[in-house]
Design a protein around this ligand. Structure first.
Ligand code: PMV
Length: 323
């Protein structure tokens, strides 16, 4: 049985989501896959040429042992989680803001559960995947693991209010066409999240007002998204990027790529995910605009791919396959 976890792009609200602001994200069709076989708790990631054991002194080994322990803690009487060796593959670049670690954790969890015949609801799976993700990100909001589990287009909120759910599926009023460009520099989400956290500590009042700015941008973007108003959504991308840049999580390369994408006809552009390197996204109206934006990024020596959002239903990646 193969377990999958989906990669993701955050459309609006990264970083602010750590501090309670809702964010909007979409699962990518690419992600991670894993398969369990008999053996001790170890993980091999073929494309990276990496093998770790649960509890060794590598971050991946620590994440695996956190996941194994959380699986045990989150199991009911009739469920008997056993140890297995996992072989995984991943189609996402690491440290790029596309949720590679969460996708890998979710794929691993699903492969283990499938081998043991355990079926879990979202909340239990999310809690286990978060134990894994904490090893890499320190203080994750949970958006990456949530989208790795659900796929689709969603609004995520870290601390939902009474009657609210953490993960709310959204229906876009139009299919979104995105160009995802890689700055060529790795970004450390742990570092950028800590940088934003330090800002909160040094100026709590100013930080609260910045969170309010984020909240307004995400709300306006969500309205535009639901109505299929692409120009307005693009403007929200631009505003979100400016707020993230003010928090010091953009880079010269990401700023330049967003600028170039807008000049080439993108409706809006922003960094996506943790920043400090990694990827940006540009919203484009059609195929021709996508080509122009990709060509503009290529002329800067940046790799890019295209993805469409709004056609895949939530739950589409919530699967294990027989093979
Ligand atoms: O860079 P990624 O894919 O790990 O995304 C991180 C998203 C943040 O909002 C920056 C952190 C979080 O835990 O929500």
């Amino acid at each position: 049985m193969i377990g999958h976890g989906s990669g993701k792009v955050i459309l609006l609200g990264e970083h602010a989501v750590v501090h309670g602001v809702p964010a909007i994200a979409a699962g990518l069709s690419v992600g991670a896959s894993a398969r369990a076989r008999d053996g001790d708790a170890m993980l091999t990631i073929a494309p990276w040429g990496v093998t770790v054991r649960a509890g060794d002194d590598t971050p991946l080994g620590s994440a695996l042992s956190a996941l194994v322990a959380a699986r045990r803690a989150e199991s009911r009487d009739a469920e008997v989680p056993r140890e297995h060796a996992i072989g995984a593959s991943i189609e996402l670049p690491g440290s790029a803001g596309l949720g590679s670690s969460a996708a890998l954790g979710v794929a691993t969890l699903r492969a283990l559960d499938a081998a043991d015949g355990i079926t879990r609801d979202f909340d239990r799976s999310q809690s286990i995947a978060l134990a894994w993700e904490r090893v890499f990100h320190g203080n994750p909001s949970g958006i990456d693991t949530a989208v790795a589990l659900s796929g689709g287009l969603v609004r995520f909120r870290r601390h939902p209010g009474p009657g609210e759910r953490a993960l709310e599926p959204l229906g876009a009023g139009a299919v979104l066409r995105l160009v995802v460009g890689h700055s060529g520099e790795p970004g450390s989400t742990k570092e950028t999240v800590a940088r934003v956290g330090a800002r909160k500590t040094s100026d709590p009042v100013g930080f609260d007002s910045e969170l309010a700015d984020f909240r307004a941008v995400v709300a306006a973007g969500e309205r535009a998204l639901l109505a299929g108003e692409l120009d307005a959504l693009g403007a929200s991308f631009d505003r979100c990027h400016a707020l993230l840049a003010r928090w010091g999580v953009s880079t010269t390369a990401l700023d330049a790529m967003c600028e170039r994408a807008r000049d080439a006809g993108a409706l809006g552009a922003k960094l996506t995910g943790g920043g400090g390197g990694g990827c940006m996204i540009a919203l484009v109206r059609d195929e021709t605009a996508a080509h122009r934006v990709r060509a503009a990024l290529a002329s800067m020596g940046r790799e890019a791919f295209e993805t469409t959002i709004g056609e895949t239903k939530v739950g589409a990646t919530d699967r294990t396959e027989r093979s």
